[in-house]
Structures are given as C-alpha cells and as structure tokens.
Design a protein around this ligand. Structure first.
Ligand code: ADP
Ligand code: MG
Length: 614
C-alpha cells in the first residue's frame, strides 16, 4: 500500500488488489492506519461502488473485511450516523456486541396479548432485526413493531391526558344569560361565519360543566384575537377572571391595546404583566389581581410565576400555543379550579394529522379570512432582479409605506452562504437606502432594545426593518406592505407563510418578495407553491408532501413531537390504524389501570416525561 501526503494532514492511501478477473485500484482518504490492516497475498472482500475510468477499475473508500468474515459484506448492513472519527466499522462492532449482550434479555415493553393480536415482533426480535436484519422482510417487520410502539405510546399518552381532563372534577358552567352577542354587536366589524362557528363551539364548552380544552387553529390574520376577547368577556361577565398568555412582550402589549379599546365601555379591567415592568407596577397588579380587581390579565411567561395569584380564574387562553409546552399550560390552569382552556395557533397542519396529533384537545378551525382582505402578491425572484426590487421598495416607502426585510442569519458566517442582518444593514443603510430610516432587530438584542425598535416601527418612525425571524409571531403593523425574504430557499414553506402574514394587515395592497438562490427542482417547486396560494392549509399539505415528515416535523416550528423511527408522512396509514386501536384500548380502560395494560401505562409515563411538549 502506498501512502501519499497531499497537503496539511490530508493523506491518500492507494492499494492495488487482484482477483481471478483482473485488478482494481482502491483509494482511501485520511485513513493512514489502513497501512497496517492489509497484508500482501491475503484474500479480502471489498464492497463499494466500482468506477471504470478508461478501462481501469477503481474503488473509493469501500467497505472491506477478511475473506472468511461476514460482518460487513454479503448481507444487509446497518449504516449509522457518524460523528468525529468514528467509523461505520467501529459502531457496527459496538452495536454487534451490544445486541449480543442483551440478546433475549430485553423485557417486553408492550402487553403480550397485544403483540399476539397484531402479530408484531417481540422486543428482542425487533431489536436484533432492526440492526442486523436477515432479510428485508424481517427488517420491515422489525420497523413495524417499533413504529407501532412509538406511535401507540404517543396516542395513548394524549388520550389519557384527555381522559384525565374529562374525569377531572366538575368544571365551570359559565352563565347562560351572558350573551356573546352583546359584545359582538358592539364590534366595529361583523365577524366571519367561521369566527361565529368557533365561538358557538366555545360558548357550548363554556356553558357545559365539562372543562373546556380546545385548540383553535386559524391562519395568520384570520382573527383569533377577537375570539379570545369574546370568550374572555363571557368569563368575566359570568363573575370570573381570564388570563391571556402570549409568547412575546410585543404581542402581549398589542393584545392589551386591542382588548382595552374594544372593552372600554364594558367596565372590564385589563392589565399587562410582562417581565419588563417596574417592581412597583408589578406589585400593584399582583395585589389587585388577587383581590379580583383585575378582570383580564394579559402577559407573557411572567404570568406563570408562583406569586401570580388570581381570585377566581375561570378562563385560560394561550396564543401561538406551540411556543408553550403542555407543562406550562397546566401550570397556568392550576391557578384556577378547573378553568376552561383555549389554545390558539396560527400554524396550520393538515387536518388528518391535527386530529391525531392533538388527540388531547377538541379542535376548532377558522378557515376563512375577514372579507376585503387583499391577497398578498408573492413573487419569487433571483439575484438579477435585485435592482428592480430595491426600486419597488423605494417607491412604496415614498408613498408612505414601510418594509420588512427578513434574513436567516444575525451575523456573517463564512461557512454558511446566506445573508445576515448586520451585512444587510451595512449595505441598505449606508449604500442603497440612504434617504430612508433603516433599523434592525434580532434575537440576540436585549428585550428592551427589541421592544424599542418595534415600537418605533409601529409608530412609523422606521421605514425599513431588517431582522431575523424574530418578527415571525403575530406582530401587527398595518402600514407595512412589503415583506422581503432573503435566502427564501432556507426557510420551510410554513415559515415563509407565517412571515408573509406580517404584511397584508391594513388597507394597502401588500407584497411578499422571496429572494432565492439555487435552481434545484425542489426549490423551484416550493417557490411555486408559496407564490400561487395564500391558504395556509394547502401550503402545509404541500410542505409535508414535498419535504416528508422528517424535515417538516424536525423543524421545531410545528411544535409537534419528534419521533425516533416513525415518519408521519410515510406511516400515516399506520397512524390512523393506531389511533383506532388506542381508542379501543382506552374505551375499555380509560386510565390504563388494568393489569393486562401495565406495559402501556409504563410507556405513557415514559412518554409524558420525555416527549410530550406540544
Ligand atoms: P390572528 O388570527 O393572526 O391572530 P388577528 O386576531 O390579529 O389575527 O386579526 C387580524 C386583524 O383582523 C386584526 O386587525 C383584527 O382586528 C381584524 N379582524 C378580525 N376579525 C375581523 C373581521 N371579522 N372583519 C374584519 N376585520 C377583522
Ligand atoms: Mg394572533
């Protein structure tokens, strides 16, 4: 074997091998230890892709082993994710030892009767066959068993959560004589059919003695806030307090403004609790809250703190719920006695999935935008359009509008070929838009600075706001009508749609300009989807279809659980089957108390601890 040093510590090992049919040159990079692995005149097996270059046969970095060994060749071999200098070979050896160590000793994690009934592999066979399958059929069966277990434990966990709510002691029956229509009639606009429908569902829940646990899904701009307000009105007029929790101070402040405005003639008192307020103000709020002098508390995570005590909390609303975990939802709910809970989200996920994945919640959907909303015109453009885009921005600002520019990075990064906030500020502020006020916003800034910038943007003192995706959630500046997204190819479709929702909130025709790089079919297809529709549900279906669930759900933005082996896109049929099975199990044994379901109970407990952070 020859070792050649190319440069620095890059080395190349070349090996010439021969069998009955001819010779082959093999190359490895950076594996100098191979020098001592091969002996002359010994027989080895090599497995890899063969390259035929001008009649010469070559292989690069093949799998190899001694002729008599059959660890790595001649069968299905596992490929593990690698890190640092670990090789497939090393991990494979370790796994082989590991599997041998536990062979037939793993305790079964699902009930025996269940494994029989659905003809699943037992845990030991599944574990062995998923790593070292004898054939593809066995591999599939092993995977099926593990996917079954993973999805089933999620479903059972969600359903038992729901059962727990439902057997929870008596919830609150809000007053039937308090009519939502009283406040609805005072609004400056009429509600959409969809808003009225979900309010009816909520009203029903509120009047019933069953504690409400409802998810309200509605696209950006579909008018969820007003639904929260009307529900809070009903709670307050029935003699209870309500709390509305939002993920950022900006959003909470915005909610407070619209609540105070709309409720000004009702005698209902609203207050804001965020971490930035003065100690004195905070003490005052806490005191009045405990005395019942504040009817609606609006705030951020700050409302979860232990010293926030209500006198009579009846309704809990969380906005943009995927930012809050189940635990936070229950902390706040425990500040009242079985209050009704409404969680709102603007992340549309395909209906089939929503029904299954939010199995612990009842679902209401606002599938209609308020009338006279102008469609946001969306254009996907490449670098050659830059000058035109800039001219277009300038023209709109001169007409009095404002513009958002969103990019993936805060600072320049040599390794990532994408635009950063600081880089763009330099160019736009000092070179292209010198006549306008250009400011920036990103997650590394202090909350106070961020709020200040946002406030100035809202007041129209800033023309162009360059930011990262921090502005993604719920911000409402109706005067801004252009959203430029740099390196749009780097964002998921759902996220692009969310970002686009920052404009089109006022009377002005709004535009979303997606600047992208790259010409792959996937990028083209995605740009086409987002430019051709404004319907969040259609986009999320397409997103799922184009990317597969690995990426769709891998990105935390959906707030859905991540799976070790299941793939919600490929395994959707199995998921439906499992949902039916889980319901059957739970209908027989709602809290999984039967001895025969002991294993399921353990799975659910494990699931609650590690995974469910919806
Ligand atoms: P989201 O569902 O994204 O939270 P908002 O509740 O912020 O949307 O509503 C967006 C805007 O639409 C707000 O300015 C709100 O006052 C307005 N709005 C809500 N419902 C209606 C309606 N039925 N008709 C007209 N405007 C509405
Ligand atoms: Mg909202």
């Amino acid at each position: 074997m020859n070792e050649i040093r190319i440069r620095g510590n890059l080395t190349l090992c070349k090996l010439m091998v021969r069998d009955e049919t001819g010779t082959c040159q093999i190359t490895w990079y950076n594996q100098p230890y191979l020098k001592n692995v091969f002996q002359q005149n010994q027989r080895y097996k090599f497995f890899g892709k063969i390259k035929n270059s001008a009649g010469k046969i070559e292989m690069q970095s093949p799998v190899y082993e001694a002729e008599e060994s059959n660890r790595n060749t001649g069968k299905i071999i596992p490929i593990y994710p690698l890190t640092y200098s670990l090789s497939q070979n090393t991990i494979r050896k370790i796994m082989e030892n590991g599997i041998q160590e536990v062979e037939n000793k793993l305790p079964e994690t699902m009930p025996e009767y269940f494994i029989q009934k659905y003809q699943l592999y037992d845990i030991n066979t599944a574990t062995h066959q998923i790593h070292f399958p004898d054939n593809f059929e066995n591999f599939k069966l092993a995977r099926k068993r593990l996917v079954f277990e993973e999805l089933l434990s999620m479903q059972l966990a969600l359903l038992s959560l729901k059962n727990k709510y439902e057997v929870r002691k008596q919830g609150i029956c809000f007053n039937k004589n308090v009519k939502m229509s009283d406040i609805i009639n005072q609004l400056p606009f009429s509600l959409t059919k969809a808003q009225l429908r979900v309010l009816e569902e909520i009203d029903g829940d509120m009047e019933s003695s069953k504690p409400m646990n409802r998810l309200l899904q509605g696209d950006v701009g579909s008018g969820k806030t007003i639904v929260a307000l009307i529900s809070s009105y009903k709670a307050v007029k029935s003699g209870y307090q309500a709390v509305v929790m939002a993920p950022t101070a900006i959003l909470a402040t915005q909610h407070l403004e619209s609540f105070t405005e709309i409720l000004k003639d009702t005698g209902i008192t609203c207050e804001l609790l965020v971490s930035g307020i003065s100690k004195k103000k905070k003490e005052d709020i806490l005191e009045r809250l405990a005395k019942g002098e504040i009817d609606i508390l609006i705030g951020t995570h700050a409302v979860l703190e232990e010293n926030v005590v209500f006198s009579k909390l009846g309704l809990v609303v969380t906005d943009e719920q995927h930012r809050f975990g189940v635990r936070q939802r229950s902390i706040i709910a425990e500040k009242g006695e079985n209050p009704d809970v409404l969680v709102m989200t603007a992340t549309p996920i395909p209906r089939t999935l929503a029904l299954i994945l939010y199995g612990d919640l009842d679902i209401s959907i606002i599938d209609e935008l308020p009338p006279n909303r102008k469609k946001i015109e969306t254009y996907a453009v490449q670098k050659n359009m830059e000058a035109r885009v800039n001219a277009f921005i300038a023209k709109n600002i001169e007409e009095g509008r404002q513009c958002y520019i969103v990019c993936p990075l805060v600072e320049e990064n040599e390794e990532i070929n994408a635009k950063s906030v600081m880089e763009l500020v330099e160019i736009y502020k000092n070179q292209i838009f010198t006549q306008f006020t250009v400011e920036y916003l990103h997650g590394k800034m202090r909350p106070k600075e961020k709020d200040e910038i946002m406030e100035r943007f809202k007041n129209g003192e800033i023309d162009i706001l360059i930011s990262t995706t921090v502005i993604e959630v719920g911000v409402n500046v109706p005067n801004s009508n252009i959203m430029v997204i740099e390196n749009a190819e780097r964002f998921g479709l759902a996220q692009l749609h969310q970002l686009r929702g920052r404009v089109g909130r006022g009377e002005y025709q709004s535009y979303c300009i997606l600047k992208y790089q790259g010409n792959s079919k996937m990028i083209q297809e995605r740009m086409k989807v987002i430019s051709s529709t404004n319907d969040g549900f259609v986009i999320s279906e397409k997103d799922l279809e184009l990317r597969g669930s690995g990426e769709f759900f891998g990105t935390k933005q959906h707030g859905l659980p991540e799976f070790k082996i299941a793939n919600l896109f490929e395994d959707i049929e199995m998921l439906k089957q499992i949902q039916a099975i889980s319901m059957e199990i739970m209908s027989q044994d709602p809290l999984l108390e039967k001895q025969e379901n002991k294993e399921f109970r353990l799975l659910v407990e494990k699931n609650f601890k590690n995974r469910i952070e919806i």
